[in-house]
Design a protein around this ligand. Structure first.
Ligand code: PHE
Length: 509
């Protein structure tokens, strides 16, 4: 046979050389070899073989094939059965101990729930004879091991057995044992890797070649051997064990993305406390004190504490006047007696709008573009799209001449930057905006529209007491549902479980 230069020059690592030599000697008529047999025949460890396979495959010196197969191992019951005997063997031991025969009552007492299986199989094996309530030992037969026992021992000795290692008769015994009862034999599905040398592999195995340098050690450098031996090329595409380093939670990543979108649209981030007085959470938003959203079944109140509102005498007067008679706003207000004491109650904020309102009150801007992202709390039953704690994306733009069309533009832009294109707007009602809209997105997975949040133009009853003169476009949008849709989840609560598998492998989308 003539070898061309190319094949002569393919450098091999010692592992590859051993593998290739083994395969070329053993192979007849294109045989496939599984890793276990290669390992026992070549003296290489499984790990070395796996590495060698990757290298030889990329050099096209071997073919690789993967098969799914089932292996059998002893289950917990199987281990006990080998140690203590199967029920039928226990019965024989019992009869031996009692001189060769025993009454069925006594046997039943001692074997418990295993009694009838034991009796049936011992009889079938011809190990015992039965007569009038008594079992008698058939000593010559019972001293032989039954097929089941032999197979269990074989599996125990090997640890794991593939069906290819079993005779047809053993296979029958095995399937009966698997069915006999749970925990006797465990079925383990496995991938079996098989390899076969290629003709190029044959050629290379016969050629004389220099061993590759696997690792650059001080030795290799000092001895100068690197000058005339090739270095092993690294195949960066070969598979490697998965590695899970620390990473951000998908919600965290999404929040950062949301912030980036707003910043890129010229917004500035603002922050506020999770705990708020009802003054800022409700009253400053022109939500009347009898409004149903303020009730305990909707809102979490902190018991036994009240806010100190001494810092806000002016704000309180104006908010009170707005609620009671709509002073300076062109409306009549809600026409009831507003209570300062009620406004001092403290809640876990039910929306991030409280943060926006504090900002407007503190800065009274003529123009602004601000946003915030934060957790809000509502006393509602959890289900696939509701969680009592969730994130909102809140913001306002303030400026002369702003109107609803500008608001729809900003919000559409925001969603499309995040990749949500199927969005619609729907008229709705909030006590603090006029007009008001809600937005919905179509969730392909659930084949339905999901409500995402609310928006609108703040009413004068809100802005006048705060001292803001120009129109304010405001929105508060749910964040969790967006993450749920992006990750195709069925249930919003999955975002907050300790599902490490998902947390480790969830793609950065
Ligand atoms: N606060 C409203 C909510 O939580 C959303 C909203 C914010 C609506 C601002 C209008 C203006 O649902």
């Amino acid at each position: 046979m003539t070898l061309d230069n190319e094949e002569e020059n393919i450098p091999l690592h010692p592992i590859e050389r051993t593998l290739l030599t083994f395969l070329s000697k053993k192979e007849k008529n294109g045989d496939w070899f599984d890793i276990d047999s290669v390992s026992s025949g070549s003296g290489l460890s499984l790990d070395q073989i796996r590495r060698g396979i990757e290298w030889l495959k990329s050099k096209k010196l071997i073919d690789v094939q993967e098969e799914n197969a089932i292996a059998y191992a002893l289950g917990s019951q199987g281990k006990t059965a080998v140690a203590e005997g199967l029920p039928e063997r226990k019965l024989i031991k019992l009869l031996l101990a009692s001189g060769g025969s025993a009454g069925l009552d006594a046997i039943s007492k001692s074997l418990g729930p295993e009694f009838s299986v034991a009796l049936g199989l011992a009889k079938k094996n011809n190990w015992i004879g039965l007569s009038v309530g008594t079992a008698r030992l058939n000593t010559s037969k019972a001293s032989e091991k039954e097929k089941e026992e032999l197979l269990l021992e074989k599996i125990q000795a090997k640890g794991k057995l593939h069906s290819s290692e079993l005779s047809p008769e053993e296979k029958e015994v095995l399937s009966a044992l698997v069915k006999r009862h749970k925990g006797l034999i465990d079925e383990i599905s496995q991938k079996i890797v098989k390899i076969r040398i290629t003709s190029k592999g044959h050629d290379v195995s016969k050629s004389a070649h220099k061993d590759e340098i696997d690792e650059i050690s001080p030795d290799v450098i000092l001895s100068g051997s690197w000058r005339n031996r090739p270095l092993r090329a690294i195949d960066v595409t070969s598979s490697a064990p998965s590695f899970y380093g620390g990473r951000k939670h998908p919600i965290r990543m999404f929040i950062e993305e949301v912030k980036e979108v707003f910043v890129s649209l010229g917004f500035e981030e603002i922050e506020g406390s999770i705990v708020q007085s009802t003054l800022w959470n409700f009253d400053a938003l022109f939500i009347p004190q009898q409004h149903s959203t303020r009730e305990m079944q909707d809102t979490f109140y902190l018991s036994d504490v009240k806010a100190n509102l001494a810092k806000f005498p002016r704000e309180i007067d104006l908010i009170k006047a707005s609620h009671e008679k709509g002073e300076g706003t062109g409306s009549l207000g809600w026409r009831y007696k507003w209570s300062e004491d009620e406004a001092r109650r403290i809640v876990l904020r039910t929306h991030t709008t409280a943060v926006t309102i504090r900002y407007l009150s503190d800065h009274k801007p003529a123009e602004a573009r601000v946003f915030s992202v934060g957790k809000v709390f509502r006393n509602e039953k959890p289900n696939y799209k509701h969680n009592p704690a969730f994130y909102q994306i809140e913001g306002v733009t303030v400026g002369p001449h702003l109107n609803m069309r500008n608001l729809i533009y900003i919000i559409s832009k925001f969603y499309s930057r995040l990749g949500f294109e199927k969005i619609k707007f729907w008229p709705t009602y909030f006590p603090y905006t006029e007009p008001s809209l809600q937005t919905m997105a179509y969730y392909e997975k659930k084949k339905r529209w999901m409500e995402l949040g609310g928006m609108g133009v703040f009413r004068p009853e809100v802005t006048i007491p705060l001292g803001v003169k120009n129109p304010v476009l405001a929105w508060g949008l749910g964040l969790d549902r967006l993450v749920m849709m992006r990750y195709d989840l069925n249930d919003i609560r999955d975002l907050f479980g300790a599902n490490l598998g998902w947390l480790r492998t969830a793609k950065v989308l």
